[in-house]
Design a protein around this ligand. Structure first.
Ligand code: DX5
Ligand code: ZN
Length: 208
């Protein structure tokens, strides 16, 4: 399993130093873009992802928590590898996946904690990953919503030959990380647990 550090919890007063220090303990970086409409918070624009490419060699993904993600995609730096969007935020998720692939981004669909997995089944053939939100999107530092764990298990069971990755985002700590690894999660996004850890090396047992 891979760990993607959610930079929403980074030390912005010492951003570059913080990223360089923690780079050995992460496999990727996760940039949360919020528009104040789809979620009740505003973070940074997709352009922010370019700063990471300047101080880290790790792959970067952008998580678009915005309405009409089509309008933002031209702002995503070319250095970004994956772009994740929320199905409810677009009227044409399949077309948007194609648009992202044409732009050389790997498309991912995100599913909120209160949304049933059956609502994304038709889009699965077109995505690189499914990002299960295990908190309501909009803020870091929230607790993992337990029923999401069963939902992930259901989708994993439903798709034994899946050709998409399973990502989980929100409230992941060591406890949930171990459980998620056991059920075949490919990547966990970690914000507060990772950036505020006394010893980020402890998460080494979740990796690989
Ligand atoms: C929540 C974001 C998450 C968040 C994760 O809306 O999508 O990526 O930063 O942070 P933690 O791990 O603190 O829940
Ligand atoms: Zn996120």
């Amino acid at each position: 399993m891979l760990i993607s550090g959610s930079i929403l919890s980074a030390d912005f007063l010492n951003f570059e130093r913080n990223i360089r220090e923690l780079e050995p303990y992460a496999d990727a970086w996760h940039v949360d873009v919020m528009d104040g409409h789809y979620v009740p918070n505003i973070s940074f624009g997709p352009q922010f992802a370019a700063y990471l490419a300047k101080c880290s060699k790790l792959p970067v993904s952008v998580h678009l928590m915005v309405k009409e993600p089509e309008k933002f995609v031209s702002l995503v730096p070319k250095t970004v590898r994956e772009v994740t969007f929320h199905q409810e935020a677009t009227v044409a998720p399949v077309r948007f996946c194609a648009m992202l692939r044409e732009m050389n981004f790997l498309p991912g669909i995100s599913i909120g904690p209160g949304v049933h997995e059956s609502s994304i089944l038709e889009v699965l053939p077109f995505v690189h990953h499914v990002l299960f939100m295990s908190v309501e999107p909009g803020f870091g530092g929230q607790s993992f919503i337990e029923p999401v764990f069963e939902k992930i298990k259901r989708l994993v069971k439903l798709c034994p030959d899946r050709n998409f990755e399973i990502w989980v985002d929100g409230g992941v700590d060591m406890f949930w990380g171990e459980k998620l690894k056991e059920i075949g999660t490919d990547l966990v996004v970690m914000g507060s647990a990772f950036f505020k850890a006394k010893d980020p090396g402890e998460f080494g047992k979740l990796r690989g």
